[in-house]
Design a protein around this ligand. Structure first.
Ligand code: CA
Ligand code: CA
Ligand code: CA
Ligand code: CA
Length: 413
């Protein structure tokens, strides 16, 4: 084959699978090991709950732990055993994170989702839905079954369509849809659950991903992106694929749009049977624009649950890490609170977007003050817009003493 033609053919092959970016957070060995006794084998799924900043972890044999951070350490605040479910649990999520005593777990064999209430201390079964019942989603076969689960509220389903390509939001009463990732073919199956009826659900659609295995799903309620974790089933590869839930026809499948992919941490050695992920949401970023990412390992022994603190935020959901947005000059963080200003609400005198108008905001006012009919002149010229959003109350493109009078009126201290 002529050399150029050969190169073109190679490029076409490469284009079939867009290679993942390097793991963006700290190394596996640098990440905190937060494994506790009892997690050393068969740990399978994880979920992050923003309202009380809790991490939920499920083990195959009907056990769930809830952990919270205090003083830089994650420790167990609850541990439930013998859940009223079948045996092989592989994923955990919440349909409403504000309900801090309710969660759902997924049974791998037949794809049953159990909704559990722990408000009474011991776990009680609220509802169950066997999602394989009507043949929409395959049972486990040859060790390959439904392994990942995430709930997506209706407000984030604007670009989502059902299997027929039609816009779809929930109609059964749950306020969103349940996404289930399957190890066979790496497809995601979406269901509309009836909260009041055992086995009451509608099948919404089946979606291909960029890999032929899905081990875990986690949805970020702050940026509307779904994080899909692929595990080759052993030591070959692990990858996090990010989708905005839009999809298109790809051969005989409908396939989710991939806006980003990350390789897994490369230094986990042979210990790469990663089966679960959780991540804090992109409105929980630190000042370096990073957040938490957790990985569970099946058979990881004393290192079965790892906590990474440097996973990048993407609060504006553009597939670009926010720190890179800032470096490229496409976005700013003028109030230095870790969120891109486009993700903040900077207005009404509240420059640092912390829901008050106080002396901190007053200090920023003095930086932005340039007098009548002059654009603000902050040290970072890219922050003119942030000055105007916060302080130009009469919308005449200056920050002057007329605006200061309004600022004083809004002062909350
Ligand atoms: Ca971004
Ligand atoms: Ca900001
Ligand atoms: Ca403020
Ligand atoms: Ca003004």
């Amino acid at each position: 084959m002529p050399r150029l033609l050969g190169q073109a053919a190679l490029l076409c092959v490469l284009a079939l699978h867009v290679s993942a970016d390097d793991w963006p957070a700290e190394s596996f060995s640098s990440a905190e090991n937060i494994t506790v006794s009892g997690m050393e084998s068969d740990l399978s799924g994880a979920h992050w709950s923003p309202p009380d900043a809790s991490l939920w972890v499920v083990r195959q044999n009907r056990q769930v732990w809830k952990l919270q951070e205090s003083g830089g350490v994650f420790s167990v605040v609850n541990h439930w055993t013998n859940l009223p479910t079948d045996g092989d649990l592989e994923a955990i999520t919440q349909t409403d994170p504000a309900e801090s005593d309710m969660f759902c777990v997924l049974h791998e064999d037949d794809g049953t989702v159990y909704r559990i209430d722990v408000s009474g201390g011991s776990p009680s079964l609220v509802r169950s839905w066997q999602l394989t019942l009507n043949g929409d989603m395959p049972y486990e076969s040859g060790g390959q079954g439904p392994e990942g689960m995430a709930f997506v509220p209706d407000e984030w389903l604007g670009g989502f369509v059902d299997g027929a390509g039609q816009p779809y939001t929930s109609v059964k009463g749950m306020g969103g849809l349940l996404f289930v990732g399957h190890q066979t073919d790496g497809h995601v199956y979406v269901f509309d659950l009836d909260p009041d009826s055992d086995d009451g659900f509608d099948f919404v659609g089946e979606y291909a991903t960029s890999r032929d295995e899905v081990a875990a799903l986690e949805f970020d309620r702050a940026n509307g992106l779904l994080y899909m974790f692929h595990n080759s089933g052993g030591t070959t590869w692990n990858e996090t694929e990010v989708t905005d839930l839009t999809s298109s026809i790809d051969g005989s499948d409908r396939k989710f749009t991939t806006i980003r992919s990350y390789s897994a941490p490369p230094d986990a050695g042979g210990n790469t049977n990663m089966e679960g992920i959780a991540l804090s949401h992109s409105d929980e970023c630190d000042v370096s624009h990073n957040r938490y990412f957790f990985i569970t390992l099946d058979g990881g022994g004393s290192e079965s649950l790892k906590w990474f603190e440097e996973f990048p935020c993407d609060c504006n959901a553009n597939g670009v890490d926010d720190a890179d947005d800032i470096a490229a000059g496409t976005s700013e963080d003028c109030n230095a609170n870790g969120l891109l200003d486009a993700c903040d609400s900077i207005d009404g005198g509240d420059f640092d977007a912390d829901s008050d108008v106080d002396l901190d905001d007053c200090a920023s006012f003095t930086v932005c003050l340039a007098g009548p009919e002059s654009l603000p002149d902050p040290a970072d010229a890219a922050c003119v817009d942030a000055c105007l959003s916060a302080f130009d109350s009469d919308s005449d493109n200056d920050v002057d003493l007329l605006d200061f009078a309004e600022f004083l009126g809004a002062f909350t201290g």
